[in-house]
Design a protein around this ligand. Structure first.
Ligand SMILES: Cc1cc2nc3c(=O)[nH]c(=O)nc-3n(C[C@H](O)[C@H](O)[C@H](O)COP(=O)(O)OP(=O)(O)OC[C@H]3O[C@@H](n4cnc5c(N)ncnc54)[C@H](O)[C@@H]3O)c2cc1C
Length: 436
């Protein structure tokens, strides 16, 4: 049988490929660059890190890489210029004003990381290779050959034709399949650009949180992210609707007038890139997320403005969800139902995230409004308070819990099948086990 071909070796492709290879699927992954390579999108969410540990076993490698801890985010947003925060761990809310930085770093409070994406993506990519993915770097997928809606093969930059049984498009904002099918739809009200750079020796927020949070502040030109990615290095960027190149002086001037703790931070060249960098930051969605034998994951499927820092989280979760859907399809001999469920789930997550994002931009007055919006979206599944509902939804925990449940059910089914449980009785056995 032809292999599953994955285009793109970022977080979505590595996660999807790693899971498939771990469960015995023959996977070829094509990556046009070579890791480590620079990438934007450094502030992560805790649930995505947990999924990476669960499937790729990279928790210790991430913890040992010297990245900045992220216990939550501090905002100066809206009319009131007083900073307010969102913390992943409810217990930290009670003591954040009294805890010392040493105690915070030694604690077991829920956290994520803010990472250097070049080394972070390499950790994930290498893990996928260790799990058995046949990864080919410096190899660009140029085109996809489709016959009657089925992908037959992928042609690389040097003209090699790779036949495939299934295609996963994880090509990020290149959207290889989305463009091939002509289904990429831009979200017109969320067209921005990112102007950013890397600073040595910038400061942190007051108190124990110091450099262990993401800091976000609005300015007349848009909003600024301040993301420490190690003890010394900080990624700082402006998200603005002004779609033109900013000079270094212009960029620095906006930062100096903002409330971010730039302090003695020095703008440097990072990993061979210019000091001031520009990125397209348009939100979009592919109106077709799956086909007979293909699925789109991560940014290749959709992207929502980075205000809630959910891009990598969405990438690893959709990569994982697509892998489980494909495993279910291989077991059941029919891809339609699992792929339709994958597509419906990703569509729901995209719409929910887009709604939160629009609400965020639209609500310039009452901070509580964001939390009530999340509380309403979660309905019966909502945790104790609107603030906790907001954290549960935007930290990716809500969607990751669902993924883990589907994955666990697939694993249980496989286990009972291996034990020889009669297929007709399997449904009852699984239901009994869940009720135990
Ligand atoms: C301004 C801005 C700020 C952001 N900030 C954050 C943030 O703070 N936190 C966060 O979580 N997210 C953030 N994001 C989003 C984040 O960068 C992405 O959501 C995330 O990287 C998506 O992962 P992915 O694996 O889908 O794609 P990518 O990480 O882009 O990986 C795609 C890979 O595919 C490869 N590729 C592309 N085309 C081909 C091809 N034809 N053949 C072979 N290989 C190919 C590329 O080289 C790349 O390695 C931000 C995005 C922007 C624009």
């Amino acid at each position: 049988m032809d292999p599953v071909v994955i285009v793109g070796g970022g977080p979505a492709g590595a996660m999807c490929g790693g899971i498939l290879a771990k469960h015995g699927v023959d996977v070829v992954l094509l990556e046009k660059a070579r890791h480590p390579r620079p990438h934007l999108g450094e502030s992560l969410q805790p649930a995505g890190i947990d999924l990476l540990e669960e499937h790729l076993g990279v928790g210790d490698a991430i913890a040992a890489a010297g990245y900045a801890h992220k216990f939550g985010a501090v905002y100066v947003w809206g009319e009131a210029r007083e900073p307010w925060s969102i913390l992943f761990d409810e217990r930290l809310e009670a003591c954040v004003d009294t805890i010392t930085e040493e105690e915070l770093l030694a604690s077991d409070f829920e956290k994520a990381w803010q990472v250097n994406r070049s080394s972070f993506d390499k950790i994930l990519f290498d893990a996928a290779v260790r799990l058995g993915v046949d990864a080919r770097t410096d190899t660009e997928a140029r085109s996809v050959q489709l016959v009657d809606g089925r992908v037959q093969s992928v042609t690389t930059g040097d003209g090699t034709v790779i036949p495939c049984s299934f295609l996963i498009d994880a090509s990020g904002q290149r959207c290889l399949m989305g463009r091939t099918l002509g289904v990429v739809e831009t979200i017109e009200d969320l067209r921005s650009v990112g102007v950013y750079g890397y600073f040595r020796n910038a400061g942190g927020v007051p108190g124990a949180l110091n450099r262990h949070v993401q800091f976000v502040a609005t300015v007349p030109e848009g909003w600024i992210w301040f993301i420490p990615i190690s003890a010394e290095l900080t990624s700082i960027g402006l998200v603005t609707r002004t779609a033109r190149k900013h000079s270094e002086e212009e960029f620095l001037d906006i930062l100096r007038r903002s409330p971010i703790p730039l302090e003695g931070g020095e703008l440097i060249e990072h990993e061979g890139q210019s000091r001031v960098l520009h990125a397209k930051d348009w939100s979009y969605v592919c109106t077709q997320l799956v086909g007979e034998n293909f699925a789109l994951v991560g940014d290749a499927a959709c992207f929502v403005d980075p205000i809630l820092s959910g891009g990598v989280d969405q990438a690893v979760r959709s990569g994982a969800n697509a892998a489980v859907a494909l495993l279910q399809a291989i077991d059941g001999g029919d891809a339609r139902t699992p792929l339709a469920e994958y597509s419906a789930q990703l569509g729901r997550e995209f719409r929910s995230y887009l709604r939160m994002c629009r609400y965020w931009y639209g609500n310039n007055r009452a901070v509580d409004g964001f939390f009530w919006e999340a509380h309403e979206q979660l309905g019966a599944a909502s945790p104790s308070t609107p603030l906790r509902a907001f954290v549960y939804l935007t930290s990716g925990r809500y969607a990751a819990d669902r993924h883990l449940q589907v994955f666990m059910e697939w694993q249980e089914k496989k286990m009972f099948e291996a034990l020889g449980v009669d297929p007709d009785q399997l449904g009852q056995v699984l239901a009994d086990r869940r009720n135990q």
